[in-house]
Design a binder for this molecule. Structure first.
Ligand code: ATP
Length: 344
């Protein structure tokens, strides 16, 4: 079945004072798709989300929701856009109980129907037992679920999440994220989630849109943007690459520690830097091609980060190992897996 376009942005721009927060952004989001909008602080993610919600207006371009123009000629008020918004700080009403917070978004509906909808959404999100509690008595994770319930209750066609997990600490964050995405998927919601966390963007979205300074740098599936970054900025955003200077000569990339033959898809004429993923560096006692000395080891639990001084290279290389190295390992050899290399 062909899915419909739920959100369409056509050359959307927004300027604050002299600076453009969002420049000429065009993007289509299919119904039921979960899209991660990611980029560093200040790149315009929240502004774009707020334009879609209608709490901010576009200066240029047009916004369509379910093929209806909502900004850029015609302006439809936020409350008439069928958009659910979960803010970073959840923005729950402190003087209302959980039930009344969720009911708030259903004003205008017959009371009996609204109460039944609230019960149903609380059940689905697993917060029925919190119905009479007030926001200040809830944990961060519970507040997040109430905010999600409030956004979902009016059955919005699009759910916008602005850094929705950033107030939660690590372990809880992953659990709440998985639970939230599963609720959103089973509701068939179209979701745009803003985050500045690369791992969160890669693990949550069907598609990832990377922004920089108000513009889209790359859009693609998580695997595409990670494995085939469009440029050095995209590469650096999603992976802490090691970099070795060099240049292409006769089809291979020449560096101080030898020549590397890259897969043809990864070859870029004019590149001056070999990009080596930490996991592309394999350590062995004496089977590798290059001699290296372990300078630092950082234990991370399931893995260990190892900093190496490689003979012939000035800069240190960092790798990650999951098999424990001997405690006294000092001089080792390394190999570099060519299939994982990039150049820029
Ligand atoms: P963060 O991750 O830090 O929230 P962001 O990517 O969401 O950042 P935006 O909040 O969209 O970025 O801001 C983009 C740019 O627009 C920033 O330079 C910001 O200072 C500016 N900006 C946003 N809102 C306003 C406003 N109301 N008035 C003036 N400048 C604004």
């Amino acid at each position: 079945m062909q899915r419909k376009t739920a959100v369409r942005l056509d050359k959307v721009g927004r300027i604050f004072g002299a600076a453009a927060a969002v420049k000429d952004i065009s993007l289509e989001i299919t119904g039921g798709e979960i899209l991660s909008l990611v980029g560093p602080s200040g790149c315009g993610k929240s502004t774009l989300l707020r334009i879609i919600a209608g709490v901010e207006t576009a200066d240029t371009g047009q916004v369509f929701l379910d093929e209806r123009m909502v900004d850029g000629g015609e302006f439809i008020e936020p409350e008439r856009r069928r958009v659910g918004f979960v803010f970073q700080d959840y923005a729950l009403f402190p003087h209302l109980s959980v039930r009344d917070n969720i009911l708030f978004g259903l004003k205008g509906r017959p009371r009996r129907e609204a109460v039944a909808t609230v019960s149903d959404v609380m059940e689905r999100i697993g917060i029925r037992h919190l119905a009479s509690r007030f926001p200040h008595t809830l944990s961060g994770g519970e507040q997040q679920r109430v905010a999600l319930a409030r956004a979902l209750a009016p059955t919005p066609s699009v759910v916008l999440l602005d850094e929705p997990f950033s107030n939660l600490d690590q372990g809880l964050r992953e659990r709440v994220r998985a639970a939230t995405l599963s609720v959103l998927r089973s509701a068939g919601a179209t979701v745009i989630m803003v985050t500045h966390d690369p791992a969160e963007a890669l693990s949550s979205g069907d598609r990832v849109v990377l922004m920089r300074a108000g513009e889209i740098v790359q859009a693609g599936t998580p695997r595409e943007v990670y494995s085939h970054p469009a440029n050095a900025y995209a590469a650096d955003f999603f992976c802490a690459f090691n970099k070795i200077p060099g240049a292409y000569r006769d089809g291979s990339f020449e560096t101080a520690i030898g020549r590397f033959v890259l897969p043809s898809i990864a070859q870029r004429e004019g590149s001056r830097m070999l990009y080596v993923r930490p996991q592309a560096i394999r350590i062995s006692k004496d089977l590798g091609e290059h001699t290296a000395y372990i300078e630092e080891r950082i234990f991370l639990g399931a893995s260990e980060k190892v900093v190496l001084k490689v003979e012939g290279l000035e800069d240190r290389l960092t790798t990650v190992v999951t098999e424990p190295l001997p405690a006294d390992a000092r001089r080792v050899t390394i190999s570099i897996v060519p299939e994982l290399l990039l150049t820029f």
